[in-house]
Ligand binder design. Structure first.
Ligand code: HEC
Ligand code: HEC
Length: 324
């Protein structure tokens, strides 16, 4: 026991201070885990405000036509209401934009998990040819030439406009976009009457009868792992999405190929598209019409957040005091 403690202690001492000192945003809506905040990018109200301004600003794209919100639109669950999004010059993307609500809780970003942090993620769409197609040096110059931006970066970072700080501000803003406190969350936290009878039946279809909870687990309803569920033309492992406020984010799946939640339920019920590499848990479920209706009701109403962040208001959480 003492030996274990000693080993643990010496391991802790060996960790680089940045890894040891990550902070957490603890004032999250009921039902969610705390949001990890990297040591190098503390959240402050000023930074969140700057991130919000950048997020809605079309100046981040080469021809000043596209903002982050063009594809992550608060009116459409911070996504869009079509399978694929158009970037600059009408160029069409190949994947459905995920909602970025609760994105600070993801363990990896993008449908294939290729980005590890929101800071790293943010610079990709800016430079991506079919999205914003903007050169980072040109972006720094463009924003630095705007005195209000220059002043805002100075106030938040005590420095000039840099691509890294643009990414940091965007990431800080995104970490405040949280929604939960659904009937499911309330029920899990001891409010026995939060779910009505049909929701309870739907939840037991979800977790028992249909085994959705094999992959959509824990508080956020994702195992943060990658599986081939048969979607898309080629076998591909995709990160299990978190599931909340689904009514706002149709269409579904990484290619937006399922238009409604009813289509999703039917898709799983028939066991997905059979192919090599299909996850073994994908098999015909043979749900009755009533089980399907209950499951659908749970997905719609049981996972509906009490409040939902819109584009304008302050985040629904208290931020730490303003300090750089
Ligand atoms: C032209 C449309 C478009 C624009 C503009 C755009 N995105 Fe996205 N975004 C997408 C698509 C599509 C994906 C998924 C791509 C993939 O998985 O390969 C995505 C993924 C993301 C993710 C990952 C979410 C997750 O759950 O993994 C975040 C975060 C994000 N975008 C933030 C931003 C930010 C910040 C900006 C602005 C700097 C931005 N996006 C601009 C379309 C867009
Ligand atoms: C083997 C793991 C696994 C099981 C079992 C599973 N899912 Fe999924 N789910 C995933 C993955 C992975 C995706 C993303 C697939 C893609 O986009 O190609 C997904 C996507 C979804 C989506 C779309 C979310 C969005 O934002 O587009 C919904 C809704 C969903 N699942 C509900 C369910 C329900 C209901 C069940 C049970 C009937 C279920 N899942 C069973 C792994 C699983």
């Amino acid at each position: 026991m003492i030996l274990c403690t000693l080993i643990l202690f010496s391991l802790l001492l060996m960790l680089p201070s940045s890894a040891a000192a990550d902070d957490f945003l603890s004032d999250v809506p009921l039902g969610l885990d705390w949001v990890r905040v990297p040591h190098g990018n503390p959240i402050t109200p000023g930074k969140v405000e700057l991130g919000r301004r950048l997020f809605f600003d079309t100046q981040l794209s080469r021809d000043r036509s596209i903002s982050c919100s063009s594809c992550h639109d608060p009116e459409h669950g911070w996504s869009i209401a079509a399978p694929f999004a158009r970037g600059v010059a009408g160029r069409l993307g190949e994947r459905n934009p995920p909602s970025i609500i609760n994105t600070g809780l993801q363990h990896s970003l993008f449908w294939d998990g290729r980005a590890k942090t929101l800071e790293e993620q943010a610079l990709e769409p800016i430079q991506n040819r079919v999205e914003m197609d903007m050169d980072l040096d040109a972006l720094e110059e463009r924003l630095a030439a705007d005195p209000t931006y220059a002043a805002q970066f100075q106030a938040v970072f005590a420095g000039t406009v840099t691509a890294q700080r643009i990414a940091q501000a965007l990431a800080a803003f995104e970490r405040t976009l949280l929604a939960a406190e659904t009937p499911y969350d309330l029920f899990r936290n001891g409010r026995a009457t939060a779910m009505d009878d049909q929701m309870s039946r739907g939840s037991s279809v979800f977790f028992s009868r249909a085994n959705c909870g094999d992959c959509h687990i824990a508080k956020v309803l994702s195992d943060h792992q990658f599986h081939d569920t048969g979607i898309g033309l080629e076998p591909k492992k995709i990160r299990t999405p978190m599931l909340r406020d689904l009514e706002r984010t149709a269409p579904y799946m990484h290619d937006g190929s399922l238009s409604t939640l009813k289509d999703v339920v039917e898709y799983y019920d028939r066991g997905g598209n059979q192919r090599e590499g299909l996850d073994v848990r994908m098999r015909p479920l043979k749900l009755t019409a009533e089980e399907k209706a209950d499951l659908l009701y749970f997905l719609r109403a049981g996972l509906r957040s009490r409040t939902y962040p819109n584009g304008e208001s302050a985040p629904g959480i208290d931020l730490p005091p303003n300090s750089p």
